[in-house]
Ligand binder design. Structure first.
Ligand code: GAL
Length: 383
């Protein structure tokens, strides 16, 4: 047992964004090998999550059964293999009668299913919200699975996935869940990234150690490739700049980082984004503080900074330009609580060049290209 679970946001890979219903043993095991060989595990990505569509359509003797074609050897050997690689296994079920893909859900089977997952060596359960009977109370259903996992004899992270419904941020912590989806499903386009991030700017303070606001899986590196045309979207994915900004937003907002692309075929630019240790360290800061927002006075909707205090006394500063042309951000240090009269300025370290960029007094002025961002770690110093 390794409780307490998830002091910081969980990191890993999830099958849904790219493969959706096409999950199988070969995919999961080969992905796991690449998690190790591509350096993702070393960077902190440890969960390999099998999303929806892994089971047979019917329970047998009251139990969930892995699809015999997709997982001919069952789930246990997959868990064993992952554990031998230093990884952890995630699986998926639903608080309703069926999963969103139409497979059996855990409604009224919570304790049996938690025991089954524990027997299989599962470490993480993504728990969805489709086909919830109207008469059932959602909060109670998450309490139930929370309870079932807490008495199943194994440490299993509960990843609640009720899409921000029913004011989940107000009660989810009490259910024992370690993370909670706060929005609808992400798609591989800039608009989706932007909409999700903006919708949670005022809700990151509900996120804290052991229970994290999950902005959904990453689309970084998908470039429009998915078996699921709704996620891939007609515009064919995002640019590397947009993926870079997506990753920075998720990190500044302390979201779980679950990779959604095919990591067996990553471009160098994708690896660059996902393996940026400085950005990851902002996401994984042990205090898990949500950021505050400072908007550019003359362009407040499109240009803004997120400021997140870090455990070591420094601050992460992300400057974002959601506009369609290059825009200036002029961040007044006064707004961060650093007036000129303090005799101090900010010493900046650039999280992309990985270099110190000097000491700034009064303000930091930067030109940010369209849909791009800059991310710094900043420390107050005497001038
Ligand atoms: C959705 C969920 C997705 C994915 C899908 C599977 O409800 O938000 O992340 O798990 O179900 O059917």
């Amino acid at each position: 047992m390794s409780r307490p679970l998830s002091p910081t946001p969980p990191m890993g890979w999830n099958s849904w964004n790219t493969f959706s219903w096409n999950v199988n043993e070969e995919l999961i095991l080969s992905t796991a090998e690449y998690m190790v060989s591509e350096g993702l595990l070393d960077a902190g990505y440890e969960y390999v999550v099998i999303d929806d569509c892994w089971s047979e359509k019917q329970r047998e003797n009251g139990r969930l059964v892995p699809d015999r074609k997709k997982f001919p050897n069952g789930i246990r050997p997959i868990a064993d293999r992952l554990h031998s690689l230093g990884l952890k296994l995630g699986i998926y079920s639903c608080a309703g009668t069926h999963t969103c893909g139409g497979f059996p859900g855990s409604f009224e089977h919570e304790f049996t299913d938690a025991d089954t997952f524990a027997e299989w060596g599962v470490d993480y359960l993504k728990y969805d919200y489709c086909y919830k009977p109207d008469s059932a109370d959602g909060e109670n259903l998450y309490r139930r699975m929370g309870m079932a996992l807490r008495c199943c004899g194994r440490d299993i992270v509960l990843s609640a996935c009720c899409w921000g419904k029913d004011e989940v941020h107000k009660w989810i912590r009490h259910t024992g869940a370690q993370l909670f989806r706060s929005t609808g499903d992400i798609r591989d386009n800039w608009d989706s990234i932007k909409t999700i991030a903006l919708s949670q700017l005022d809700k990151t303070y509900f996120s804290a150690p052991y229970c994290h606001n999950d902005l959904d899986m990453l689309v970084v590196g998908m470039h429009g490739k998915s078996d699921n045309s709704w996620i891939a979207d007609v515009v064919g994915g995002c640019s590397d700049t947009e993926y870079k900004t997506h990753f920075a937003l998720w990190a500044l907002m302390s979201s779980p980082l679950m990779v959604g692309c095919d990591i067996r075929n990553m471009k160098p630019s994708t690896k660059n984004i996902l393996l940026n240790k400085d950005i990851i360290s902002i996401d994984q800061d042990i205090e898990c503080r949500g950021p505050y927002v400072i908007r550019q006075w003359n362009n407040p909707q499109k240009v803004f900074a997120l400021v997140k205090p870090l455990y070591d006394g420094s601050y992460a500063i992300g400057m974002f330009n959601f506009g369609d042309r290059t825009n200036e951000m002029s961040l007044q240090l006064y707004d961060m609580g650093l007036p000129v009269s303090s005799g101090r300025g900010l010493s900046l370290y650039d999280c992309y060049s990985h270099k110190d960029t000097g000491v700034f007094s009064e303000r930091i002025v930067q030109n940010i290209p369209s849909r791009d961002c800059m991310v710094f770690k900043a420390r107050a110093v005497r001038l």
